[in-house]
Design a protein around this ligand. Structure first.
Ligand code: HDE
Length: 690
């Protein structure tokens, strides 16, 4: 994994890496240990002796192993990689060299996360995903701490504790875990209409990513790029995944949460281990300072996007993740992101949500990582030199030499010196006004963009949003809260509100005062310019004794050469007997790998195998469930029997590819295309039990 791809951060981390092979067990003081299985005691049945320093140290260290989990985004996974700008296009806008030096590879550490669940919660819950990138630039660390949804629930950070308390498990019984489907969240939502736009996104399939590798990332706030002359340009940051934006379906996510709660974590890990390095393109939307007020929303309002049709997203570089961490705790858990970690050429705006974050991230690390020296933890250490007058505190890891720990000083020759060509200078902006606690009137429109989002959805996306509202509100016990939400939804779209109300058994709501404006932004739909690729798609090949061994081999080879990952699933581990009596190796027993863990299913022919599979409830359910979840299904020859037993009508059905078995290569091409389409939402699946 190392070799040429090693970055400066890798080399810096070498100092902290410890290998245990061919070493002897020691105490923390380095004394070799003779026995770690029996405590020291007088006589075989006597009490443990105080003087057993190894016993005491071992237990004490264990007793103190835990640190507080993150107050939000506790559940996460991370990886190392690099960022590389395409060209020097941004040089006219920013002094940040990592964005403007073509081909310069800046090491990064990226952590993806869910928000509401605790550290051990399932990956596939309905939630926002964090997308936090730490760039170890030569000018200092820059942290782009974003999400996979471009807007946020609230406009002012002072509401963050209220929002988080509402969405987290309820305080009296700590239920439900990692779920927004409960009274307190929806109570907050109905009373705080600025949440409306974000709730539309949260009810959409964006909240159910198929993979971290297949979701967008957004800086959310409007930031500022600043050039060498101190001129500013507003900027929104976007990450666009190379594999396209793809989601799971709701029923699938719930089942995966039980079958494999580490689904997204493993997906990221395995992709990197197998050399399928995840990649995103960094894009920017730039707005000149003088255009600040030329939109019908406020650039400082984090509940708003800048529609891509108004300001296009310009691609400026790429992010590649190519190495898994060595140790989860040391790296993924101890990494400390902070939106205030910026480098010369990148600055903030007066977005009140952003301003609050500037306080919170440093503050939270002090308790989570136990003191002010957490930036010395290997994963947090910048590559840029650190020299200042900060001293002491818990866990000081460096030995500052000399007498000067103050500025100005003559005892240290005036060093470390202030200023210089690369010094960070804040963007100069004139700000004056009365001290007030009031939301700007330019933040008052909570519905236009929620409507824009709704109008931009394809019909299946709309259906999924309605179903999500029905599910979530169906779990809300207090009818006043449900009614409040539906009343609010009228302001987004009357049909949406009526459909949700109908699902709840409530009367259709009255029309809102302001009708749907009819505008849309095509780029918001996951159906817009979809990336169709078989790369890293997981395909289950179902086999039993008597399977056509040739078909298995030909299909597997062809699909693997397209980039798919094929698992052969049989009634048991080991192998099954092929129709020509050759053994067909099995990757996993069918019982250990549910259909929800795959993107597609393929059943090769062979009379005996087809009969056995169609008599096997698990195999039949496998195909029916894959059909229900709109996945590509391929059947060859006699295996068509399985479609019948799974009660999938004669078809044709979108994404169901039936082959005679004479032209397996031609069949795999059509099947591959069906897999690349990700999901086939055009199917009638309501009557399929799963
Ligand atoms: Fe965070 N957020 N946040 N947040 N956030 C944290 O910092 C906070 C917000 C985001 O993988 C905490 O180290 C406030 C928006 C990510 O380690 C904490 C407000 C966005 C992560 C915190 C927000 C985010 C965090 C918890 C409103 C998207 C995980 C632990 C003013 C742009 C980073 C920690 C990781 C984590 C505070 C809103 C993204 C408490 C006060 C908007 C991806 O400091």
């Amino acid at each position: 994994m190392f070799g040429d791809d090693r970055t400066d951060k890798d080399r810096q981390l070498d100092d902290a890496r410890v290998d245990y092979q061919d070493t002897a067990l020691t105490t923390d003081q380095g004394a070799r240990v003779d026995d770690t299985d029996n405590s020291l005691r007088p006589g075989e049945r006597g009490p443990t002796l105080m003087e057993d320093f190894h016993f005491r140290e071992k237990l004490t260290h264990f007793d103190h192993e835990r640190i507080p989990e993150r107050v939000v985004h506790a559940r996460g996974s991370a990886a190392h990689g690099y960022f590389e700008p395409y060209g020097d296009g941004l040089a006219a806008f920013t002094r940040a060299r990592f964005l403007t030096t073509p081909g310069l590879r800046t090491p990064v550490f990226v952590r993806f996360s869910t928000v509401a669940g605790s550290r051990g919660s399932a990956d596939t819950v309905r939630d926002v995903r964090g997308f936090a990138v730490k760039f170890y630039t030569a000018q200092g660390n820059f942290d782009l701490v974003g999400n996979n949804i471009p807007v946020f629930f609230i406009q002012d950070g002072i509401k963050f504790p209220d929002f988080v308390h509402a969405v987290k498990p309820e305080p009296h019984n700590e239920v439900p875990q990692a779920s927004s489907a409960h009274d307190t969240l929806w109570d907050f939502v109905q009373l705080q209409p600025e949440t409306t736009h974000m709730m539309m996104w949260l009810m959409s399939d964006r909240a159910l990513p198929r993979s971290y590798r297949m979701m967008q990332g957004f800086g959310v706030h409007t930031f500022r790029l600043v050039d060498a002359e101190g001129r500013g340009t507003f900027v929104k940051f976007h990450w666009k995944p190379k594999l396209g934006i793809h989601s799971l379906v709701w029923d699938e996510t719930q089942k995966i949460a039980g079958k494999d709660p580490d689904f997204n974590r493993k997906d990221l890990w395995e992709a990197i281990e197998t050399g399928n390095f995840p990649e995103w393109e960094l894009g920017v939307q730039l707005v000149a300072e003088e255009d600040e007020h030329s939109f019908d929303f406020d650039l400082l309002d984090a509940t708003k996007i800048i529609p891509e049709e108004l300001v296009p997203v310009q691609p400026v570089g790429r992010l590649v993740l190519n190495r898994n961490p060595d140790n989860f705790f040391a790296e993924t858990e101890q990494v400390a992101f902070h939106i205030g970690n910026v480098v010369p050429g990148i600055d903030f705006t007066n977005d009140p949500l952003l301003q609050a974050r500037l306080f919170s991230y440093l503050d939270t690390q002090l308790i989570r990582l136990g003191g002010p020296n957490f930036s010395q933890i290997p994963i947090n250490r910048p590559l840029a030199e650190v020299r200042n007058h900060h001293r002491d505190g818990y866990h000081q890891m460096i030995i500052p030499r000399g007498r000067a720990s103050y500025h100005p000083n003559s005892t240290g020759g005036g060093c470390p010196a202030v200023g210089g060509a690369d010094a960070y200078t804040h963007f100069q902006e004139r700000v004056d006004g009365h001290k007030i606690r009031r939301r700007s009137t330019s933040f008052a429109d909570h519905y236009s963009q929620a409507t824009l989002f709704w109008n931009s959805m394809s019909s299946w996306e709309k259906a999924h949003i309605v179903a999500a509202f029905r599910f979530e509100l169906g779990r809300v016990v207090d009818p006043r809260i449900r009614e409040g939400v539906v009343r609010n939804l009228r302001n987004v779209d009357h049909e949406l509100a009526s459909l949700v109300a109908a699902g709840l058994g409530a009367a259709p709501p009255a029309e809102a005062a302001v009708p749907n404006h009819g505008r849309s932004s095509p780029a918001l739909s996951q159906d817009h310019a979809p990336v169709r690729s078989v790369a890293t798609r997981k395909i289950a090949i179902l086999v039993a004794d008597g399977v056509d061994a040739d078909q298995v081999k030909t299909a597997q080879t062809a699909l693997t050469s397209m980039g798919a990952l094929c698992d052969v699933l049989g009634p048991r581990g080991g192998a099954v007997r092929g129709s020509d009596d050759t053994p067909v190796p099995v990757t996993h027993a069918l019982t250990t790998m549910a259909s929800v863990l795959y993107d597609a299913v393929l059943v090769p022919g062979g009379q005996e195998a087809a009969r056995a599979l169609s008599m096997d409830g698990e195999a039949v359910h496998y195909v029916a469930e894959a059909f229900k979840h709109c996945k590509a299904i391929g059947v060859l020859g006699e295996a068509a029997l399985l479609l019948e037993t799974a009660r999938i009508g004669p078809g044709p059905h979108p994404g169901v590819v039936v082959g005679t078995g004479d032209d397996v290569k031609g069949f795999t091409e059509s099947f591959g295309a069906a897999v690349a389409a990700h999901r086939h939402h055009g199917r009638a699946v309501e009557s399929v039990p799963a």
